[in-house]
Design a protein around this ligand. Structure first.
Ligand code: BGP
Length: 466
């Protein structure tokens, strides 16, 4: 094998509860912000398709686990839905149907040789908690910690890989800057407070997990790391802009998670712009003392930036990160035209090497990487299989760089694709498909393995490729 991976490498895919499970009559799940927002503003959602139209993992998990096995998974990440497990966080009463469901999923995975990786929060604030302000409210942090502890108690005997959040920067961007998530505000000061509370919630959940020393697993966080490149490495202003953007979107979560403190330059920037969140010394101590065991790295695309060409007037709460830099539209960059994201395979290597060099070579795995493509039906062959060679090429090209990072000492321990089954995505619904397995919504969610699924099986069997 030209590209042989270390023994025990985790191969699989990632998904989330809200994007796959669905809501079913009588199952006791309460509303989260997505269910609520869809009721309020269906026009926000692509083709008016909302979170009630998922791939129905709640009903089809047995079949789906078999398909994971058939496509060579040895691991799979999903998330528990807080609003399913504890429908009313005020009372803290656990929903027995949710416990039964997640128990079946965990046991089903383990029986089929698939290691369950469980995440606690994937953008899905329960509506009862959002009504109190969601992550803006310090009390919600304690409610989340109760939820996390409940999960560890119920499932920690079998789930050995836990994650506190998926991409905590996204609820900040989506909910408080760019209108992709409820509550759809533009208020960076609120965004900074939310980010701080998410980091605190993560540290507190880690503290609880580590205190339950009868559990022998590990816990971390999943971050979407977007390596940030300046237009011109020789231009000081461009380099400074890139440093700020890296600080705001990457280091603001990576540093507290791995090093236990927020980056100095970002604290300075936040102070200068009158954005300081409310903190307490005890909470900062909790963050300092409870760092992660393992990091999930979601990698999709880099950021390219340049210094601001025309300075903007900064006005109160309407301040946005973009007021401080310009996006650099690099000529000739390779694009995924469907999702509008740049494809830059070396970014995955740069990210892993940054972790090696600047973050104590923290143990990590690629927790998401993938390519969303529109209209995949046009690639169906005579046997009804989608021939998605572009996805095979995308994964291969990224894996070569992962392999290179391993040769150079990175402690990356696995690779998960986004995603297993084509699934519902937030505002884009089913516009872009990412799966190894096609889901036909017209035929009650019928599953068909795509070419990339069979290819992945070979890859994982060989633990590498040529
Ligand atoms: C990640 C999220 C996923 C998923 C993926 C693809 O950022 O963790 O939830 O949705 O991106 O993005 P999208 O569905 O927006 O194309």
């Amino acid at each position: 094998m030209d590209y042989q991976f270390p023994k025990g490498f985790w191969w699989g895919s990632a998904a989330s509860g809200p994007q796959t499970e669905g809501v079913f009559e009588g199952d006791g799940k309460a509303q989260n912000i997505w269910d609520f927002w869809y009721e309020e503003k269906p026009e926000k959602f692509f083709n008016n398709v909302g979170p009630d139209k998922t791939s129905r993992f709640y009903k089809k998990y047995q079949e789906d686990i078999q398909l994971m096995k058939e496509t060579g998974h040895n691991s799979f990440r999903t998330s528990i839905q807080w609003s399913r497990l504890i429908p009313d966080p005020e009372t803290g009463v656990v929903n027995p149907k949710a416990v039964e469901f997640y128990n079946h999923v965990i046991d089903g995975l383990l029986e089929n040789g698939i290691e369950p990786f469980f995440n606690l929060y994937h953008f899905d604030m329960p509506m009862t908690m959002q009504e109190k302000g969601g992550w803006l409210n310090r009390e919600v942090v304690d409610q989340y910690v109760f939820y996390a502890k409940t999960c560890f108690e119920l499932f920690g005997d079998r789930v050995k890989k836990w994650f506190t959040h998926n991409e905590p920067i996204v609820p900040v961007e989506g909910g408080y800057l760019y209108g992709w998530h409820y509550p759809d505000e533009i208020n960076l000061k609120h965004g900074v407070q939310v980010a701080y509370h998410e980091a605190l919630a993560s540290a507190k959940a880690i503290e609880v997990y580590h205190s339950m020393n009868f559990l022998d697993g590990e816990i971390g966080i999943v971050l979407n790391l977007t390596p940030t490149y300046p237009r011109d490495e020789q231009n000081k202003a461009d380099v400074e802009a890139a440093r700020l953007v890296d600080g705001l979107f990457n280091r603001s979560f990576l540093d507290p998670a791995v090093k236990g403190h927020f980056p100095e330059d970002i604290i300075k920037w936040v102070k200068e712009n009158d954005l300081m969140p409310i903190t307490t010394p005890e909470d900062l101590k909790t963050i300092a003392e409870n760092t992660i065991d393992l990091l999930g790295v979601n990698y999709y695309q880099p950021r390219r930036v340049k210094a601001k060409e025309t300075p903007v007037e900064i006005a109160g709460n309407s301040i946005l990160p973009e007021d401080f830099y310009d996006v650099y539209d690099m000529p000739g960059k390779k694009m995924n035209p469907y999702r509008g994201w740049e494809i830059y395979e070396k970014g995955i290597y740069d990210t892993l090497m940054n972790l090696k060099e600047n973050y104590g070579n923290i143990r990590c795995y690629i927790s998401e990487n993938g390519m969303g493509v529109e209209g995949e039906e046009r690639f169906v062959n005579a046997d009804g299989m989608i021939e998605n060679d572009y996805r095979i090429e995308f994964v291969t090209d990224h894996l070569k760089w992962v392999h290179q990072a391993i040769q150079e000492g990175s402690q990356v321990q696995g690779y998960h694709m986004w995603t297993c089954m084509d699934n519902w995505s937030w505002l884009n619904a089913y516009k872009n498909r990412y799966g190894f397995i096609a889901v036909d919504l017209e035929q009650e969610g019928k599953r068909t393995i795509k070419k990339s699924g069979y290819w992945f099986k070979e890859l994982t069997k060989n633990n590498g490729f040529n």
